[in-house]
Design a protein around this ligand. Structure first.
Ligand SMILES: [Zn+2]
Ligand SMILES: [Zn+2]
Length: 811
C-alpha cells in the first residue's frame, strides 16, 4: 500500500465516531461482525468503514479502518497495526470500554479549562464548546460556555451531529473523490468542535486533532519501516526563525519612504510567516508526507512529526542550509533558521509537552551558534556590492529603496486585496518564493485564471481560501488535478479604502488622523504569558493530540477571532442620515470621517481602523489611531480571557507606544515591545502605557479596564461642560506631588501599589479642588468615586488630555 493510502486511512480511522453519533445505521455488510472481530472498543470502526465504502475510497482503506482496533483480522495486518499504534501514540489515554455513558450528552470541553500552572483552578463549572462547524466570520459563537455538569445531563446532541454530518456529506458527494490534504481541511472544518472520546477521560481533545495526529504518526511509522530506520520511530522537529523582531521593525522611515511604511511592515511580517510555511511544507513534501505532519506552523515557528530515518535527516539538513544561505545573501544574516531534531519513542510521546520543551531549549542553544558551517558564505561576495544603501533597511543597494523593500511593500498591498493564497511546489516568479515553494495572492476575479496558468506548467499546488471555510466552492471550475483545496486563517484586518477596483491600505499618517483629539499613531504588542510553561506543564495529560488541540484553539484566536474583535473598531466616510446625528465628526487627512455607534447598513460600509501588522502563534503587533488601540487592547485581552475560560493560569501582557503621526513606525513597534517587556518584568498579566504599568483587572489595586472607564467618564463630563480641563490636569499634579516611585521589578512594583493604597495625604487637597464644582451631586460623586482613582490617575488623565486636545488650546 502507498503512503497516502495509509495516511488517509489513519485520518479517517475514527470518522465513524462522528457518523455513529448521528444514530444512522452502519452498512448491512458488517452486521454479522462481533466485538471479537472489530475489537472490544472498536464498534465505531463499522461506521468508519461504511463512510469509506459509501465514498468509494477503496477496499484496502475500508478494511484498515474497520479493523483498526483488531489488526489481526485485517487483510493487511501489518498496516492495520501501524494505524492502531499511531492511534495509541496520538492519545495516550486508553478508552477501556465503549460504555453505557451516552456520548451524545457530552460536547467538547475547552482544553483551556484544564490548564493549571501552580495556581489552583476552579473545578465546579465546566466549560463547553458548542457543537458546530468552523466559520471564521462567527468565531464569537464558539467561545466556551460555563455550565454545571448537572445542567448537562439529558442533553442530546444527536440533532447537531446529524446536521453537521449532512453538511459534511454534501460537500464530499458534490465534489467527488478528495485527496488527503483536501480531506484534512474538510475534517478541520467539521470535526474541530467535537470530542474525540468521552470515556475514561476528560473530553477535551477534538476529534480533528486526534485524526490529524494519528495520520501524522501513521505516516511516520510507515516510512520508518519502509526506509529501514533503526531505533526510535519518530523524529520531532522544531524550526525557529530568530531575528524576526528586528527584521520587522528595524527599518527606517525616511521622508521619501514614509508612505509605503504600513504596507512594508505588513509585507515584512507576512514574509516571515511565509518563510516558515515554506520551510515546513518543503520538508514534508520532499518526504511525501501530508499537511497532517505539520503539527504547528506560524509566527516564525513550526513543529513537524517525521520518521526517524537517515533520508529524513538529510532532507532537514538540506532545507535548513538552503534557507540559511538565502538569509545570508538576501538579508545579510539578519534572520536565522534554527532547527532542533529529537528522536522520540512512543513512551516519550506520552509527554509531548516535555518533548517540545527539550526542542525549544535546543533551539535556544542553536541560535547562539548560528550559521555554524556557513561562515564562509559571509565572505564569499562574488560581485562588488553597489555603492549606496537602501534608505529603509540600510543594506547595500544602488536604488534609494532596495528591491527587497519594494517587494515587501508589494506583498503588503497584494494581501490587502487577496481572498486566496496559492502555494505552489516549485520556484517561480511569484508574489513570494522561498525554499523551493512559491506563493500567489489572488482575489475571486483572478484566482481561477492563475490556477489554470499554473496548472498548464504542471505544478502541484494547494489553493487556500483566506478566512473562509467554504473553500470547495471554486473546485468545479478547476480542470487540473494535482490541486488540493483548503483554507487558511490570517489576521488580516487592514484599514483600506476603495480606489477603482482595488483596495488601498491606508498609510500610518492617514490612520493617525482618524483619532479623536490628538493625531497620534499607536503600536500595540501583546503576547501570552508563560506560554512555554503552559504547554510543558500546564496539562496533566500531555498527549500529542491534547497539545495539538490546545495549539489549534490558540490559532483560532490569534489568526481568526482577532479579526472579529478588530472589526468592532471602525470609522465611516458617509454615514446614513439617521446615524450622522449621533456620530462624532473628525477632520482627517481623508476628509471628514465619523465615528461612533453605527446602524447595520453603516457598519457594512465602515472602514476598520485597526491595522493588524502581525498576529499568530501567541503574539500580536497592531497599529491604529491611539484611542482605538487603547480600547482595542482591553477588548482583545478580555476576549482572550473568555476564550481561555477565565483560567487564572492563562493571561496576556501588553505594551502600547504612541507617537506623533510622523514618528517612525518601526521605532514605535520597538518601543511597544520594550513596554511589553516591562509588563512582563513587573509580574505579567499587565499593560504598560502612558508611563504606567497596571494590571488588567481591579482587585485591591485599580486595573486598566476600570481606569479606562474612569477616563471615559471624565471625558464625558468635560464634554458636557461639567468639568474643566484645569480640574482634570490638577489631579495629575496631585499625583505627582504625592507619589515618588522607583519601580524596577515585580517586588518594587508591588510595594509602590501598596503605598498608593495606604497614603491618604492627598485627600484634603482633593477636597479643596472639588470645591470649584458647583453641581453638589457631582461633587459628592466625584469625591466618593474619584478618591480611589487618584493613586492611579495617570492613565485616565492622559486619556482625557489626548482625546480633547485639538482645537481647544485655550480654556
Ligand atoms: Zn478507534
Ligand atoms: Zn483513534
Amino acid at each position: 500500500m502507498k503512503l497516502e493510502d495509509i495516511q488517509l486511512a489513519a485520518l479517517l480511522h475514527d470518522i465513524g465516531k462522528f457518523y455513529q453519533r448521528t444514530s444512522s445505521p452502519h452498512s448491512e455488510k458488517y452486521r454479522g461482525l462481533t466485538p471479537s472481530e472489530f475489537g472490544q472498543t472498536g464498534a465505531h470502526g463499522k461506521w468508519s468503514a461504511t463512510f469509506v465504502a459509501e465514498n468509494g475510497l477503496g477496499e484496502d482503506i475500508e478494511d484498515l479502518v474497520l479493523y483498526h482496533h483488531n489488526p489481526s483480522k485485517s487483510k493487511n495486518p501489518e498496516y492495520a497495526r501501524i494505524i492502531r499504534d499511531a492511534d495509541h501514540h496520538s492519545a495516550s489515554e486508553r478508552h477501556k470500554s465503549e460504555s453505557k455513558r451516552n456520548v451524545n450528552e457530552y460536547p467538547l470541553i475547552s482544553v483551556f479549562s484544564q490548564v493549571s500552572i501552580g495556581e489552583k483552578r476552579e473545578t465546579e463549572n465546566e466549560y463547553y464548546l458548542p457543537l458546530m462547524e468552523l466559520r471564521p466570520s462567527n468565531l464569537d459563537m464558539i467561545k466556551p460556555e460555563k455550565f454545571r455538569r448537572a445542567v448537562m445531563s439529558g442533553w442530546n446532541l444527536e440533532k447537531e451531529y446529524r446536521r453537521l454530518w449532512n453538511l459534511f456529506m454534501e460537500e464530499i458527494t458534490e465534489h467527488g473523490k478528495l485527496d488527503i490534504n483536501t480531506m484534512y481541511h474538510l475534517l478541520k472544518k467539521y470535526t474541530s468542535l467535537m470530542p474525540s472520546a468521552v470515556y475514561m477521560s476528560v473530553p477535551d481533545i477534538s476529534l480533528f486533532d486526534h485524526l490529524k495526529t494519528t495520520a501524522a504518526l501513521a505516516g511516520c511509522l510507515y516510512l520508518h519501516r519502509k526506509d529501514a530506520g533503526g531505533g526510535k520511530p519518530y523524529l520531532i522537529v522544531s524550526g525557529d526563525i530568530s531575528g524576526i523582531q528586528n527584521f520587522i521593525t528595524g527599518v527606517a522611515s525616511p521622508e521619501e519612504a514614509q508612505k509605503g511604511m504600513s504596507k512594508r511592515l505588513r509585507g515584512r511580517s507576512l514574509s516571515i510567516s511565509l518563510i516558515t510555511d515554506a520551510a515546513a511544507n518543503r520538508i514534508i513534501s520532499e518526504a511525501g508526507l501530508s499537511q497532517t505532519n505539520i503539527l504547528f506552523c506560524g509566527g516564525g515557528h513550526f513543529t513537524l512529526a517525521l520518521p526517524n530515518t537517515e533520508r529524513m535527516k538529510e532532507i532537514i539538513e538540506k532545507v535548513s542550509l538552503e534557507v540559511n544561505r538565502r538569509f545570508i545573501e538576501a538579508f545579510n544574516g539578519e534572520l536565522y533558521l534554527a532547527l532542533a531534531v529529537r528522536e522520540t519513542d512512543p513512551e516519550e510521546l506520552r509527554d509531548f509537552g516535555a518533548v517540545l520543551d527539550d526542542l525549544a531549549a535546543e533551539n535556544l542553544k542553536n541560535k547562539r551558534s548560528k550559521f555554524r558551517g556557513l561562515l564562509d558564505e559571509f565572505f564569499r561576495s562574488e560581485t562588488e556590492p553597489p555603492e549606496g544603501t537602501c534608505a529603509v533597511c540600510a543594506l547595500p543597494s544602488a536604488a534609494t529603496i532596495c528591491s527587497s523593500c519594494r517587494s515587501h511593500e508589494e506583498l503588503g498591498a497584494r494581501i490587502a486585496n487577496a481572498d486566496h493564497m496559492i502555494r505552489v511546489y516549485g520556484t517561480l516568479d511569484a508574489d513570494f518564493s522561498e525554499a523551493g515553494i512559491s506563493y500567489f495572492f489572488e482575489n475571486s476575479r483572478t484566482v481561477i485564471s492563475r490556477i489554470d496558468e499554473l496548472a498548464s506548467g504542471n505544478h502541484r499546488m494547494d489553493v487556500l481560501r483566506l478566512n473562509s471555510t467554504d473553500f470547495l466552492e471554486i473546485r468545479d471550475r478547476i480542470q487540473a488535478d494535482n490541486v488540493s483545496f483548503g483554507f487558511s486563517l490570517i489576521g488580516n484586518t487592514v484599514p483600506a479604502v476603495s480606489e477603482g477596483s482595488k483596495l488601498r491600505a491606508l498609510d500610518f499618517t492617514e490612520i493617525a488622523s482618524t483619532a479623536r483629539g490628538a493625531d497620534k499613531l499607536a503600536a500595540l504588542k501583546m503576547d501570552v504569558d508563560n506560554l512555554g510553561r503552559i504547554f510543558a506543564e500546564g496539562l496533566q495529560d500531555r498527549s500529542v493530540s491534547r497539545i495539538s488541540t490546545m495549539s489549534s484553539f490558540l490559532d483560532l484566536f490569534f489568526l481568526g477571532y482577532i479579526n472579529q474583535v478588530a472589526s468592532e473598531f471602525s470609522f465611516i466616510m458617509d454615514p446614513c442620515d439617521s446615524c450622522r446625528g449621533n456620530l462624532v465628526e473628525i477632520k482627517s487627512s481623508l476628509g471628514t470621517i465619523y465615528r461612533g455607534e453605527l446602524c447595520e447598513g453603516c457598519r457594512e460600509n465602515s472602514i476598520p481602523s485597526i491595522y493588524i501588522t502581525y498576529s499568530g502563534g501567541d503574539d500580536v503587533l497592531v497599529f491604529g489611531p491611539y484611542d482605538d488601540i487603547v480600547e482595542f487592547a482591553g477588548r482583545l485581552r478580555n476576549e482572550f480571557r473568555e476564550w481561555t475560560c477565565s483560567n487564572p493560569s492563562i493571561d496576556v501582557s501588553a505594551g502600547i507606544f504612541m507617537g506623533g503621526h510622523k514618528f517612525p513606525a518601526g521605532k514605535a513597534a520597538e518601543i511597544a515591545e520594550r513596554q511589553l517587556k516591562t509588563s512582563k518584568d513587573l509580574g505579567r498579566g499587565k499593560i504598560s502605557l502612558f508611563g504606567e504599568t497596571v494590571q488588567w483587572d481591579t482587585d485591591r489595586f485599580k486595573g486598566f479596564n476600570e481606569l479606562l472607564e474612569f477616563g471615559l467618564k471624565l471625558e464625558k463630563l468635560h464634554e458636557a461642560g461639567k468639568l474643566s480641563k484645569n480640574f482634570i490636569y490638577s489631579l495629575l499634579k496631585l499625583w505627582d506631588s504625592t507619589f515618588h516611585e522607583d519601580i524596577r521589578d515585580e517586588e518594587t512594583w508591588m510595594r509602590c501599589q501598596e503605598i498608593r493604597l495606604s497614603r491618604k495625604d492627598y485627600v484634603p487637597y482633593y477636597v479643596y479642588k472639588l470645591r470649584n464644582i458647583s453641581d453638589a451631586e457631582l461633587r459628592r460623586e466625584l469625591f466618593r468615586e474619584g478618591i480611589n482613582f487618584i493613586p492611579w490617575i495617570r492613565i485616565p488623565v492622559s486619556w482625557v488630555s489626548l482625546r480633547t486636545r485639538s482645537g481647544e488650546v485655550n480654556e
